[in-house]
Every structure is written in C-alpha cells, then in structure tokens.
Design a protein around this ligand. Sequence first.
Ligand SMILES: *Cc1c(COP(=O)(O)O)cnc(C)c1O
Length: 429
Amino acid sequence: MNTQKSEKLFEEAKKYIPGGVNSPVRAFKSVGGSPVFIKKGYGSKIEDVDGNEYVEYIGSWGPHLFGHNPEFIKQALLRAVENGTSFGAPTELEVEMAKLISRLVPSVEMVRMVNSGTEATMSAIRAARGFTKREKFIKFEGCYHGHADYFLIKAGSGALTLGVPTSPGVTQGNASDTLVADYNDIESVKKLVSSNKGQVAAVIIEPVAGNMGVVKINESFLKELKTLCEEEGIVLIFDEVMTGFRVAKGGAQEIYGIKPDLSTFGKIIGSGLPVGAFGGRKDIMEMVAPSGPIYQAGTLSGNPLAMSAGYATLSYIKEHPEVYRTLEEKSQYLEEGFRDNLKALSKDYAWNRVGSMMCMFFTEGSVTNFASAVKSDTAMYGKYFHEMLKRGIYLAPAQFEAMFVSTAHTKEDLDRTIKAHYESLKVVI
Ligand SMILES: *Cc1c(COP(=O)(O)O)cnc(C)c1O
C-alpha cells in the first residue's frame, strides 16, 4: 500500500496543527503509524490522497447513516447554497426541522439547535442546573459527552470520593461538581445521590455506550435510573448524540421505551455538517433564553446548510422506516461472519452490537462497563487495525470506538470485510 502523500502531508500538518489533526483520535496514536489523508467518499467507501480505496466503518464517527455523499443530501445542500449560507435570523426550515425532530422523538416537546454534540450536552446540563437550581450532576465512567471542562472527569479512588480531572486545564472546582458512577450499576448511582442529597441537578448517560467501545445498557438498570431520577427531582438526560436516529428512528429511548427529561443529538442530525441539538420537556426548555433566563446562543445555530442536510436526512428516515430493518440485516450478517471467524480461530473475544453500532473487544468474557472494557489488549487492536487497513478495510483507529454500518454497505463489502477480519486475526493472535 503506497501512502507516501499521506505521510508527507502528516509531517507538514504537524508543523501547523497540534499533532497534525483537528481532533485527537484521527492521528492514529493509539494504533501507531501515520494517518491516511482522505480525498473523497462515496457510499461505503473512501479514497485517500494516494488513491487507495477503503470500505469504511466510521462514517465520520456516526453521521453517515446512508454512506458518504448520498445524492439526495448533496442535492439538498446544492439547493440551499443557492440562497445563501447564513443569515443570523430565523428561517422556515428551522421550524420544520424542530417539528420533525419532535415527531420522530416524542419526548422532545421543544428543541434548540446548536453546532456540535459538545455544545448540546453542555447546554443540556446548564438547562438542568438552571431548572433545578442545583449544581452537581452524575455521569458514568467511560461515557463521553464532548469536551466541556466538567465532562472531562474520571472517578476518584472510591465511589464516594471527588472526581479527578482527566485533562490539564480542567479545574478542581469543575471536578467537584461532577460525580462519576459505574455504567449498569444502580447502586453506584444511589450512593452518589444519597450522599449528595438535594444537590444533584442531572444524570447524563449514553443509553447505548459508544465511546468505550460499544456497551449495551441493562434495561432494568435503565428503568431503575428513571425511577430514581423521578423520585429525587433529578433531570434525566439521554445523550443520544451517537444513538439518535442511529439505533432507531426515535433513538435508544424508543428501543427501551423510556422517556428522558432532556435529550441531546448530533452526528446524524447534521448528516456530516456541524450540528447538534438539545430538547425535551417543555417546562424545562421554556426556561431557555429568550423565553426564559437560562442563557444559550449561537451565531451559526440553525445554519441553513446544516438544516437542509439534516432535514433531508430526517425526512428520509420518516418516510422510509424500513431503513432500520435494512441496517439490522446488514449488521447482523456482519456479526455472524465475525462470530464464525472467532469460532474458527477458537477465540472468545467480547462482541457487542446494538443495531448498526458494534464493537469487538480484544478481551475474553463479556464487556458491560468501563472496567471490563479496559481489559482489552489495545496493542493487539493496533496490529489488527493495520492488517485490516492493508486489506482495504478502514476501521476506527482505536479499540474503544464503535464500528458503524450504513445502508450503503453492500453484501460484497460485508463479505470482503469478514474475509479480511479472518485473515487479520490469524496474523495478530
Ligand atoms: C460524539 C459525541 C459527543 C460529542 O459530539 P461532538 O460533535 O464531537 O462535539 C457527545 N456525546 C456522544 C455520546 C458522542 O458520541
């Protein structure tokens, strides 16, 4: 595989951009080697600057439910650009977009558009704090909610100790308002709630975890979490930035039949343009400015290009609910192929899948939370990643990330991937 141009670009990039990339995981640090620079994408494939083509399973980290550059979204964008790129004034499409989101996700009575998933989760926490007049919130170890200071916190040494910043630049003050519980462990949440009685504004959770690899939620845990939040007057926030419109048209909350108070969206909602959204209960959302006192704003929020791509995507989903059956069939096919490979190689690696989000962990036994996920052999994942790449399959360049199937993946793509998976595993294990 010739990657000369990519390597040269990366050397150049490192002089002007920290680490050569605009978001850390792109730099291939956790798998080693030098990242390939992408020139274009079409359907299930991307092509790099050296002309190598890959079948890929990142889809820009989730947004591309229909693969790269589908014709109907491209057309919507071209039509929108004719009328101008931004006005900083309301447009009709924003009203249509808000209506459509609340039809697809019934818990969302009102919604505010923002420009990224990070902005959505940040704003949802502020809304919950403003609404409850409380300051602390609970998150789960291994869940990712963007890079706002108070999310970059890991658990302290004991369940009742203070959180610890995971990045320089995050203050101890920020850390002390973030309480960290264990995913799928209701007792860990109850302990935090009772030792911070009346002080917890919100619980924020990925209803399918997708940022420690893919980890399924235990349904009884989720039900108990909902009940606990109701009893304690805590705002329950589902961070559906990844799962929204991915695992079902109404997100993970549709699958599990649980209504959160607030939800956050991103990724698919912008179909590859920079978009996020937060929304939910009317009594909470009406507290947001300008109808209420909780400040939140954005020069480019509800941007016409972003709205046209997002609206085209969500309209397609509404009119073609069979999309999710197609995704399930393709994903199941891939899962069966991977599982057969593992059996043939006598390996019992953990494999988690919810719809078109999935992940193989290089650890035996089941992965149900952060502690079991981090048992994975990440060095082995790095080798596996490069073997797959050599065979024209582009996966996430890190173990603790999801693999996404799109409607554009053909049976031929999937068969090629299953074959590459077998050959790559044979080399690395
Ligand atoms: C990607 C992601 C975010 C952050 O979104 P950005 O657009 O990268 O800021 C937040 N929460 C979850 C669950 C995500 O997967």
